[in-house]
Design a protein around this ligand. Sequence first.
Ligand code: CA
Ligand code: CA
Length: 374
Amino acid sequence: MRTITRRPTALLMAAALLALGLTQVAGASAQQERVDKGGGRRLPLVIGHRGASGYRPEHTLASYRLAIGMGADFIEPDLVSTKDGVLVARHENEISGTTDVAAHPEFADRRATKTIDGVSLTGWFTEDFTLAELRTLRAKERIPDLRPDNTVFDGLYQVPTFQEVIDLAKRAGVGIYPETKHPTYFDSIGLSLEEPLLATLRANGYQGPKAKVFIQSFETGNLKELNRRTRLPLVQLLSDVGAPYDLVAAGDPRTYADLSTPEGLAEIATYADGIGPSKNQIVPRDADGNLLEPTSLVDDAHQAGLLVHPYTFRNENNFLPADFRQGNPASPAYLRATGDAPAEYRLFFRLGVDGLFSDNPDTAVGSRHRYFNR
Ligand SMILES: [Ca+2]
Ligand SMILES: [Ca+2]
């Protein structure tokens, strides 16, 4: 049973402060601070998506370190398993897009074709490498066409373990936002993610509903299982397309759209504390990328007592709605050029999101400061 008490508490505290006239006197700053930090007017969290992946190859310690330096409140490692059951930070278990594995002749025979969540993939997979083997690889930029500057860092950084990410976060005093990737698949090969995830979090002192951690998943079954095993905050990821793979695998016809209705959100609230929807579920776009009217998703989720942390905020025109793109569309650099990302942050702050995933935590933090003036 989870209870969200933030909003009423904040309103009461704000009302009390006003009644006492305390907001005008010196010494009120500590109380005001508590209203800011604990209350419904708490600033939206900036979650460093795969670190500061707009500027460094994603899911590297350099990327996380930069996100922390830019003021991110949380850093986000996606988690997959090695052959020897160690959780490491990669967006996918197939690692040809984000490491130099293809350039290692000693691993040429590990190349394989597998079906992951119903999709056939050919490449190299973390579950076929021990941690020691994986450590001989180096990370590279996933989208070099859009982020050519980041390629100067190719070849420098190892694939970090979950423990290393935690060490970094704890030293800096920021939260962690781990995502279990492909939990049904990893169960099917005997490398269940949830047990080592919880054991690692426990060993590092993360305990109870106020711990600086959110565990997220695109699947539903493993979040329900986690809800039975831990009181740590849980976030159901949603999407404007498709369905959770565990439901697909079980023949359950429900889609993310079904989960995003008021009824679906009420069900999510029985096992999770928040949702991580795509931006498009909050402000849809037309076929040309122009913004349409916002949906009621933020309000519906808040009605159900759920936090709302949409993904993914990115500076490049390529990812922005047409309304916020800048520059000359005829330029070969147009898609990778920086658009009016602050306008997009303002839009979502105005709609009341509780946090957001950003590839550019400096832009997110700066936009937040401008919008809330604190
Ligand atoms: Ca993620
Ligand atoms: Ca499992």
